[in-house]
Design a protein around this ligand. Structure first.
Ligand code: G6Q
Length: 545
């Protein structure tokens, strides 16, 4: 058995981490800070415009040393090189994983099977830029000669969450003359509500689907075409009101979109890693090519840092390893992502797919069941809103919920003292979570004895804080790449395929069979379990009562 195939929990570094945990359980943050006046600066790292403070995690220098030893034993460096080198590290789909090529600068080179893919990426970017120029300048006209004012992206999962998040995050930079909408759900309400106030003559649909076969997207695209053609009165109008983003040219042509209006990408770009490919066409339309390029530069800066920085200074590696520590030793089964910036309100939803679809796996690369927990549940809401709801549990609940706080020095919208108040809350929360409030402190405040236990905060609740100067396209790119690579690092430790998604494929197939049963002759024999049969009959109105 090669070193790389050793079961994780039998590795020397894992056992050392277990012993380290058993001995001090990560320590008490109060004591760790008291014992090291410089801890807050020493347990921090900076790259690509992002500052990561992990001093309020339950780690010591020894913990970090052991985690890095684990990364070395698990071959994380070799895995990084394999990804950047175009190897087929997505083993269950036999695919390379080269989303880093999407943001590689023009003129650089990233090889796949002996071919440099960067020129192909740059060629698509150039076509996207030209298209955006035509739409944004009004040169591209709708079928009736009107200028395009509304853009509707139709896609789901990786073909929706990235575009929505990027648009919301970078809205400040967007052209306010364009109305951007996103339709993903097969629930007709999504399409109807997204289009009810739009003039079809001024509306362009982007059908975004890597495979161009996804049930939800194809259904929404058909409804969009029917809606548009009915309003504009001709099938020929599709040419001016529909473009596609896909890897499936045949599917696009069959749908009736001219492949001249198709923007391609490649099988080496996973759906959840595609927001910076042509799937980002809506983003580029909203913020303009220059800002889009700046976002790519931010991604690339973090890619380079991840690829080259020593692990002890490597933000994604540190974040990934601390995540493993929290998940597998502290036993934390969730991570809260708490952006203190209203523009990042969809960032937690985006991260849910990135992290949970990537690392929610139960077998190793070789197919054996894992004997440890893999990816945790990610969730979150922007601060300060969450403080008035679920933070109660983070402060005083019985579960450990590690948190990532995300904040910016400068607001994009200066308004009175709002930003100072916002930031004061970030700092106060991480301080309170780390240090809590002891019984003595509560008593000293004059709290009636019966209330003392209720008002005690244990503290020792782990958090990281990510700070940047301002939310810019560049910062967003770096932030997304930070999480992408931290997910990668964790996948490499857990020895799983972070780039397949068989669980999603199952859902894609399952419903197809039942649709037939919902639409077929009433009374036809159903062969599901008794619960599913009864629910189907109730839906069809054929329940016997
Ligand atoms: C992402 C997943 C999944 C995918 C959607 C949409 O990594 O594979 O979320 O993006 O199912 O797929 P299409 O782009 O092919 O429509």
């Amino acid at each position: 058995m090669s070193e790389n195939a050793l079961p994780l929990t039998t590795r020397a570094a894992w056992k050392a981490l277990q012993a380290h945990w058993d001995a001090q359980r990560g320590g008490q943050l109060r004591e760790l800070f008291a014992g090291d006046a410089k801890r807050g600066e020493r347990f921090a790292a900076e790259a690509a415009g992002l500052y990561l403070d992990y001093s309020k995690q339950r780690v010591t220098e020894e913990t970090i040393k052991l985690l890095i030893a684990l990364a070395n034993e698990c071959g994380v460096r070799a895995r990084i090189d394999a990804m950047f080198g175009g190897e087929r590290i997505n083993v269950s789909e036999n695919r390379a994983v080269l989303h880093t090529a999407l943001r590689a600068p023009a003129g650089s080179s990233m090889m796949l099977d002996g071919v440099n893919v960067v020129p192909q990426v740059q060629a698509v970017l150039a076509r996207m830029e030209e298209f955006c120029r035509r739409i944004r300048s009004g040169e591209w006209k709708g079928d009736t000669g009107k200028r395009i004012k509304n853009i509707v992206n139709i896609g789901i999962g990786g073909s929706d969450l990235g575009p929505v998040m990027a648009y919301e995050s970078l809205r400040w930079y967007s052209d306010r003359a364009l109305t951007m909408r996103f339709v993903s759900n097969v629930d007709g309400t999504d399409f109807v509500e997204a289009t009810r106030d739009l003039d079809a003559a001024e509306t362009l649909f982007i059908v975004s689907s890597k495979t161009f076969t996804t049930l939800e997207t194809m259904t929404n695209a058909q409804s969009a075409r029917a809606w548009s053609v009915a309003a504009l009165g001709s099938e020929a109008s599709v040419a001016k009101h529909f473009v596609a983003v896909s890897t499936n040219a045949d599917g696009v042509a069959k749908f009736g979109i001219d492949t001249a209006n198709m923007f391609g990408f490649w099988d080496w770009v996973g759906g959840r890693y595609s927001m910076d490919s042509a799937i980002g066409l809506s983003t580029m339309l909203a913020i303009g090519p220059e800002n889009f390029r700046a976002m790519l530069a931010g991604f690339h800066a973090m890619d380079e840092h991840f690829r080259t920085a020593p692990f002890e200074k490597n933000l994604p590696v540190l974040m990934g390893l601390i995540g493993v520590w929290n998940n597998n030793f502290l036993g934390a089964s969730t991570v809260a992502v708490l952006p203190y910036d209203q523009y990042l309100k969809r960032f937690p939803a985006y991260l849910q797919q990135l992290t949970m679809e990537s690392n929610g796996k139960h077998v190793t690369l070789g197919g054996s069941p894992v004997e440890y927990e893999t990816g945790p549940v990610y969730w979150g809401e922007p601060g300060t809103n969450g403080q008035h709801s679920f933070y109660q549990m983070i402060h005083q609940g019985t579960r450990v919920i590690p948190c990532d706080f995300i904040a910016f020095r400068k607001s994009l919208n200066t308004l009175g003292n709002h930003h100072d108040l916002l930031m004061a809350n970030v700092f106060a929360q991480t301080e309170a979570l780390a240090f809590g409030k002891t019984e003595e402190q509560v008593r000293a405040e004059g709290t009636p004895e019966a209330l003392v236990p209720h008002r005690v905060f244990e503290g020792n609740r782990p958090t990281s804080t990510i700070m940047a100067e301002q939310l810019t396209p560049q910062t967003l790119g770096a932030l997304v790449a930070l999480y992408e690579h931290s997910v990668f690092t964790q996948g490499a430790i857990w020895g799983i395929d972070s780039f397949d998604q068989w669980g999603v494929e199952l859902g894609k197939a399952l419903a197809q069979k039942i649709v037939g049963e919902l639409q077929g002759p009433a009374g036809a024999k159903l062969a599901h379990d008794s619960s599913t049969n009864a629910l189907i009959r109730r839906y069809r109105g054929t329940a016997s009562g």
